[in-house]
Design a binder for this molecule. Structure first.
Ligand code: ADP
Ligand code: MG
Length: 259
C-alpha cells in the first residue's frame, strides 16, 4: 500500500472489447432484504472483472443473476446483446454461454472426470460423443489433470477437482466465465494451482467475472475491480488505483482489514 497511483484518475480504463454482459439498474430482494440495489455493470469482451467486498454484500447473488440461477425484481440483464431469457431451451443455451465455477466444485460424484466434462457438451451443445471426449481430454490436459480422466471426483484433491470444474465449464465454449470464490474451499497449498489456470485463461482473452479474496490475483489479472457493500457497487477502478488509493471509506475500511 505504499505506491501512489500515477494518474490519480478515478475512472476505470476504457476496455478494449464490446459490451458482453450488461446489468442495467438491477434490483433484487430476498424478502425484506434489498440484496442488489441499482446495480449498473458492464463487462466488455476480454475483460477480467474482480468483485470483492465483505461477506453478505451480494457478490454471489450478483453472479447468480447473470446466469439466472436467481431472478431479478427489476432492471435488465443482457448477454451479448440479448436479454436474459426467462425459461426453456433459450435459458439452457444462455446458461451454456455463461460458465460458472463455484466454491464447492459441484462435480457429478457418480461420473468420472472425463464424463463430467463430456456431459454438457453432448446434452446441451449436441456434440457427438467422440468429439466431446476429444475436447474433454484436451481441456483436462490444459488445466493439468489429463492423467486423472478416468477417476471419480472423490479420488482427486480439491485443487484437481476445481480444475476439472473449470474444464467442464470451458467445454461449453462459454462467452463469459463466472467464478464465485473458486479457491475459498481449498487447502492453502492448492490455491495457486487453480489461480494459475485462471491467470492463463485471462491471458488467453477469456471474459471473466471473479469473486475472490485473493488480492494478488486481483492485482495481477484484473482489468477492473468492483467493490460491493450492502448490495451496492460502491466503487469501481483499475486494480492499482483501487488498492493504492481507494476512494470510499467502505473500501478503505475493507482493505485495512484484509491487506
Ligand atoms: P456474498 O456472496 O457477498 O457473501 P450473498 O450474495 O451470498 O453475499 O448474500 C447477500 C445477502 O443475501 C446475505 O445477507 C445473504 O444472507 C442473503 N441471501 C443470499 N441468498 C439468499 C436466499 N436464497 N434467501 C434469503 N437470503 C439470501
Ligand atoms: Mg458469496
Amino acid at each position: 500500500m505504499s505506491e501512489v497511483s500515477g494518474t490519480g484518475s478515478t475512472e476505470a480504463p476504457a476496455p478494449a472489447g464490446d459490451q458482453l454482459v450488461v446489468l442495467d439498474n438491477v434490483n433484487k430482494h430476498f424478502g425484506a432484504l434489498h440484496v442488489l440495489q441499482d446495480i449498473d455493470l458492464t463487462i466488455h469482451r476480454g475483460e477480467v472483472v474482480v468483485v470483492i467486498g465483505p461477506s453478505g454484500s451480494g457478490k454471489s447473488t450478483l453472479c447468480r443473476t447473470i446466469n439466472r440461477l436467481e431472478t431479478i425484481d427489476s432492471g435488465a440483464i443482457s448477454i451479448d446483446g440479448k436479454p436474459l431469457p426467462q425459461e426453456g431451451r433459450e435459458l439452457a443455451r444462455l446458461r451454456a454461454d455463461v460458465g460458472m465455477v463455484f466454491q464447492s466444485f459441484n462435480l457429478f460424484a457418480h461420473k468420472t472426470v472425463l464424463e463430467n466434462v463430456v456431459l454438457g457438451q453432448t446434452k446441451v451443445r449436441r456434440t457427438d460423443k467422440a468429439a466431446a471426449e476429444k475436447k474433454a481430454r484436451a481441456l483436462l490436459d490444459r488445466v493439468g489433470v489429463g492423467t486423472q480422466a478416468d477417476k471419480y471426483p472423490a479420488q482427486l484433491s480439491g485443487g484437481q477437482q476445481q480444475r476439472v470444474a473449470i474444464a467442464r465449464a470451458l467445454a461449453m465454449d462459454p462467452k463469459v466465465m463466472l467464478f464465485d470464490e473458486p479457491t475459498s474451499a481449498l487447502d492453502p497449498e492448492m490455491i495457486n494451482e487453480v489461480l494459475e489456470v485462471m491467470q492463463q485463461l485471462a491471458r488467453d482473452g477469456m471474459t471473466m467475472v471473479v469473486v475472490t479474496h485473493e488480492m494478488g490475483f486481483a492485482r495481477s489479472a484484473a482489468n477492473r475491480v468492483v467493490f460491493m457493500a450492502d448490495g451496492r457497487i460502491v466503487e469501481e477502478a483499475e486494480p492499482n488505483q483501487f488498492f493504492n488509493n481507494p476512494r470510499s471509506d467502505r473500501a478503505k475500511d475493507f482493505l485495512s482489514k484484509i491487506l
